[in-house]
Ligand binder design. Structure first.
Ligand SMILES: Nc1ncnc2c1ncn2[C@@H]1O[C@H](COP(=O)(O)OP(=O)(O)OP(=O)(O)O)[C@@H](O)[C@H]1O
Ligand SMILES: [Mg+2]
Length: 323
């Protein structure tokens, strides 16, 4: 049985003027235990919206439209925020959000914030045992435990704060982790330390299944088993990491890979392909293929026919003409 299933998920933002922005439009995928799925796509394509929906936590103006998300066979849709916070977040699915190192409470020590994570999910926790448990976990994940647990966030570097957030979010051994650009806004050396830590947690089986969102495609090459490419709220291609990176079939994936990999050593002979134009404005209904306006291989039919997922060369592609 898959550990995580997303079934035809549609999500929208409701603007102050009552308009519905369908930011996620029919995403379907499932994950097996132990799998790492990378999600790539330009800024604004809906990656963060999708993973927020995958947590079952809807904070206005984001609303579920339709579809389902199941963790370990259990649906997390249509539940109260309280229920989701107590029973899903942290325990089943842990999120490392974008810019997480700023999400710590500046007025409380790391050990107290870490303790909150456990106390809010478990009853009758013995305080002494609790701190011992925190120390053990922070030791295990390679933190300078004594220094870090006793510190206020401001006393730590951004990288250490980010590693604390990751350590705290995974304290309850969640079934899966969703990391939304966990290294963006950090300098390169710090990024490496954070990535090393995530690998280390995977190695130590603190969690084994992960969705990893990043702009750094070269990074996904080393972390992900599969990659989903997202465009304007839809998955346009989903395949193994090698398929998507080295043999992309959707015109958007081809353009994205060309643009992203051209700067890498060994890839210099590849000409960078700038992706002309901009994604469609989701506030207006779109007929036909969402990528049509920018597609180098566009045909008249593409502007009329909505594109559905089909299997091309053993992976999912949302293009009638991909081969
Ligand atoms: N609060 C909001 N109200 C209305 N629209 C929103 C809101 N937040 C995001 N959107 C829209 O939803 C779409 C998806 O945004 P989202 O933040 O999920 O993209 P993303 O892929 O995570 O981008 P990035 O790579 O920059 O993090 C965008 O078009 C964005 O303008
Ligand atoms: Mg985002």
């Amino acid at each position: 049985m898959p550990i995580f299933e997303v079934d035809n998920l549609h999500l929208h933002y409701l603007t102050r003027f009552g308009a519905k922005i369908p930011a996620v439009a029919g995403v379907t995928f499932s994950m097996e235990k132990g799998e790492v799925l990378g999600i790539a796509g330009e800024s604004g394509c809906g990656k963060s919206t999708l993973v927020n929906g995958c947590m079952g936590l809807f904070i206005p103006p984001l609303w579920p439209t339709s579809g389902n998300v199941r963790v370990d066979g259990e649906s997390i849709m249509g539940r109260s925020p309280k229920d989701v916070r107590k029973n899903i977040l942290g325990r089943k699915v842990a999120m490392i959000p974008q810019g997480a190192f700023n999400s710590l409470n500046p007025t409380r020590k790391i050990k107290d914030q870490a303790a909150d994570m456990i106390v809010s999910h478990e009853s009758n926790v013995d305080k002494k045992a609790l701190y011992e448990r925190l120390r053990q976990r922070f030791d295990l994940i390679g933190m300078e435990t004594e220094k870090v647990l006793g510190a206020y966030p401001i006393q730590l570097t951004a990288g250490t704060r980010q590693r604390c957030v990751i350590g705290i979010s995974t304290l309850l051994d969640p079934k899966m982790v969703i990391a939304d650009e966990p290294t963006s806004a950090l300098d390169v050396t710090t990024q490496k330390a954070v990535i090393r830590m995530i690998f280390d947690l995977l190695d130590k089986q603190i969690f084994s299944t992960m969705i990893f969102i990043t702009h750094e495609l070269p990074l996904l090459r080393h972390v992900a088993n599969r990659i989903a490419v997202m465009y304007a709220g839809e998955f346009v291609e989903l395949g193994t990491t090698d398929q998507v990176i080295f043999d992309p079939r959707h015109p958007y994936t081809k353009a994205l890979m060309g643009a992203m990999l051209s700067a890498e050593p060994g890839q210099r002979q590849r000409k960078p392909v700038a992706i002309e134009g901009a994604p469609p404005n989701l506030a207006y209904p779109i007929s036909g293929c969402r990528f049509a306006e920018r597609c180098p291989q566009v045909r008249p039919e593409c502007r009329v026919n909505k594109q559905e997922i089909r299997i091309v060369a053993d992976r999912q592609v949302r293009c009638d003409y991909a081969e």
